[in-house]
Structures are given as C-alpha cells and as structure tokens.
Design a protein around this ligand. Structure first.
Ligand code: SF4
Length: 391
C-alpha cells in the first residue's frame, strides 16, 4: 500500500479512534466496516463497484467486496481526500458524485473494480459513470433494469455465484436484514415519540447503513444508535422550538452543519428524508420477490408516495418547516421539487429550497440561519401559514 491509499486509511483510522472515545461509538462502528473493506481491497482483494440500489442482501452473499459509489465518495470527501480539480472526461453536467469517484480511480485512491453492477434506478448519472468505466477500462458490467427487475436480480445472482465463492446462506442474510429492519423501526418509533432525541447530523452521517443490511455491521451500528437514544430518553425535554425536516443531502465537507444551525437559531431538526429507508421485510422462500419489492418500495420510486410519506412523518413529529437542499447537477431529485413546493404550499407548510454542490462546495449556512431567524417569530404564531422564500 502506498501514498494516497495509506493516507486514506490513516485518516479513517484516526476518525474511528476518535469517535470510539465519544458517546457516538456507532459512528465509529459504521466507518470501521468501510475501513475493513478498503483495507482488503488495498491488500489486493477484488471488488465490485455498484450503484446505490443493488440490494446489499445480495451483495454480501459472495466472497467479494462491494463498493457503493456515493458512499465511498462521501467517505473520501469527509476525509478530505479529493482535490479541488473537477475536470474529468465525463460530461461537464454530470453529477459530481460520479466525477469524484472517477477522480478517486484516476488518482489511485481506489483501484479499478473487477466488475460493475449498474441498477438503472433512480438516477442516470451513476449508470453513465459505470458505462464510462466499462468502455474505457473494459471492465465487465451487469445492468439491472426496473422493467424486469426480478429476472435481472436472479440473473446477476447466477452470474456472481459462478464468479465468486458463495460464503453466506440466504437464510442468515434474511435473518440479519430483518433484525436491522426491526432495530430501525424501534429507532424510528422513538424518533417519532421524542422528536429531536438524536441529532439529525448523526443520522445523515450514517444513512448509507442501508447498504449494509444483511451484514452484522448494520445491526451493530443500529444497536449502538438505539442505545444512545435510550440513554437520552430519561433526560429528554420537549422544547418549543420550531421543528424542521431536512430533505436531500448535506454538504459532505460540513457534516455538522445542522447542529451549528441549531446552535445559532431557534429551531430543531427532527428528521431527514434520507433516513426514510428500510420499510420492508425479506423472506427466504421468495427471496428475489422480496428484493424486488425492497427496491420498488424505496422512497424515490414514486414521487407522489414520497411526498405523502414525508408529510406523514411531519405530522407524527409535529414538524413545521421543510428545508430541501438540491444538489447541483443531480439528474433526478431537483425535477421533483415543484411538486413538493405545490403540495406544501397548498397545505400551508413552510418549504424552503436551497442548492449547492454537496461534493465540491461548502454551503454558506448563514443564509439559512438568517432566514430561520428572520421568520421564526412567525412560525407557530399568527402567521404560521406564511411561506418562506422559495427559490
Ligand atoms: S445526487 Fe442525484 S445524480 Fe447524483 S448520485 Fe444522487 S441521485 Fe444520482
């Protein structure tokens, strides 16, 4: 292992050790599973590169590491491994998560994958990166499409079984995935009952834990989070601060931004759209049907359902404001904003849309703080139905 790879592992190791000595050991556990995968890869193990919605329960069956594009980019930016140069051979308008992953390969921060799995859902840009890597480096690729999802899942399973040793029994994977699902459900029950019991920033740091469901690491992380929440219950006090739901991503280089905003404004972030995952159960007998259903019930599959799920969560947590961060050049999420805007306006809910490039830019959080400070006296008061700035 040389240079940049060493640097990446060292930085991760330092963060793991630091977090271990805080009351947020679950974040340390979360990073540790990524650290181990990278260490294996740097020591010569092959890996499969995958887009976000390839089911982790399938990925963990074989004796091969699976790296999810956006998750690795999040980790690399958090560890300050990316330089500022954004030029790549990819189309200039492509999502910066994909540009950043290509940079990681070009700068040898991660070796090239042995194989690629590209799910044609929900975004096109991740598939474009996969196409580019496939064409440029002649890396074998397997596509999964929504049209014949179940068949594609079975086919990819057959293919992977022929290429890699099967090391996990489906029944064990199903048991662990369902255990993670149950833990997440309990966590959400408490988050509804005690809004703000856990920091939104912390949930946003670990939401890609969804890509570990089926592994022990997912249950360890969620158990750690649950135990933090349970410790906080005895001292929980409901305050009268206006509550906010955070939609979209968060700038990767400032993953404590919401905590800072809370410190300087009279508000509390209580739930995050990206944390709305895991609402499914798996069954051993019809594993592939259940995996198909897992993808089809995911939040971004249907915008109408997504709006109603978010509103439902807001009702349960008595949330008054929604702030949405649109990632520049995202080929998918910003197109849905007008539907949210129209829906929330009609319901008299404050909806505030902001934008930045979460991978390469720092967001000036003062603009949100100013808006919240300026309007908070009205929220919950006579002008409760007033709508904040909509960009
Ligand atoms: S931010 Fe948008 S374009 Fe980028 S990976 Fe996510 S869904 Fe795809």
């Amino acid at each position: 292992m040389l240079g940049k790879m060493d640097e990446f592992l060292n930085k991760l190791d330092l963060t793991i050790r630091f977090m271990k000595n805080t009351d947020k050991k679950f974040i340390s556990t979360y990073i540790k599973s990524q650290f181990k995968a990278l260490e294996n890869i740097y020591n010569g193990s092959p890996y499969i590169l995958s887009t976000y919605y390839f089911p982790s329960e399938l990925a963990c069956i074989y004796d091969v590491e699976v790296i999810y594009i956006e998750r690795l980019v999040g980790l690399a930016v958090g560890m300050n491994m990316l330089d500022k140069d954004t030029t790549t051979p990819l189309h200039h308008g492509i999502c910066s998560y994909q540009k950043a992953f290509l940079k990681l390969i070009e700068q040898k921060i991660i070796p090239k994958p042995q194989m690629i799995i590209a799910v044609r859902y929900p975004c096109k840009d991740a598939v474009k990166l996969c196409d580019y890597l496939h064409n440029t480096y002649k890396i074998p690729i397997f596509y999964l499409s929504l049209r014949q999802l179940r068949k594609d899942l079975e086919d990819v399973h057959d293919y992977l079984s022929s290429q890699y040793q099967v090391i996990e029994d489906i029944k064990d994977v199903v048991r662990r995935s369902n255990a993670a699902h149950d833990l997440k459900k309990t966590i959400d029950h408490y988050r509804m009952q005690y809004p703000g019991i856990i920091r939104s920033d912390d949930c946003l740091k670990i939401f890609p834990i969804e890509n570990d469901f089926g592994k022990d690491s997912a249950t360890y992380v969620l158990k750690g989070l649950l135990s933090c929440i349970e410790k906080n219950i005895s001292t929980y006090q409901k305050d009268n601060k206006p509550t906010i739901c955070w939609m979209g991503l968060i700038p990767l280089s400032d993953n404590n931004m919401l905590t800072k905003i809370e410190k300087y404004t009279h508000c509390k972030f209580v739930y995050e759209e990206m944390w709305m995952f895991g609402d499914y159960k798996l069954y051993q007998d019809n594993f592939f049907d259940a995996l198909t259903e897992k993808i089809k019930q995911s939040l971004f599959y249907n915008t109408h359902r997504r709006i109603h799920k978010i509103h439902d969560m807001m009702r349960q947590t008595h949330t008054e404001i929604v702030i949405n961060l649109s990632h520049h050049n995202c080929s998918f999420l910003p197109q849905t904003i007008h539907q949210f805007k129209a829906y929330f306006e009609q319901k008299g809910i404050t909806f505030y849309n902001i934008s930045c490039d979460v991978v390469y830019e720092k967001f000036d959080s003062h603009s949100i703080m100013n808006s919240i400070n300026k309007h908070v006296p009205y929220i919950g008061g006579e002008n409760k139905d007033a709508c904040l700035h909509l960009k």
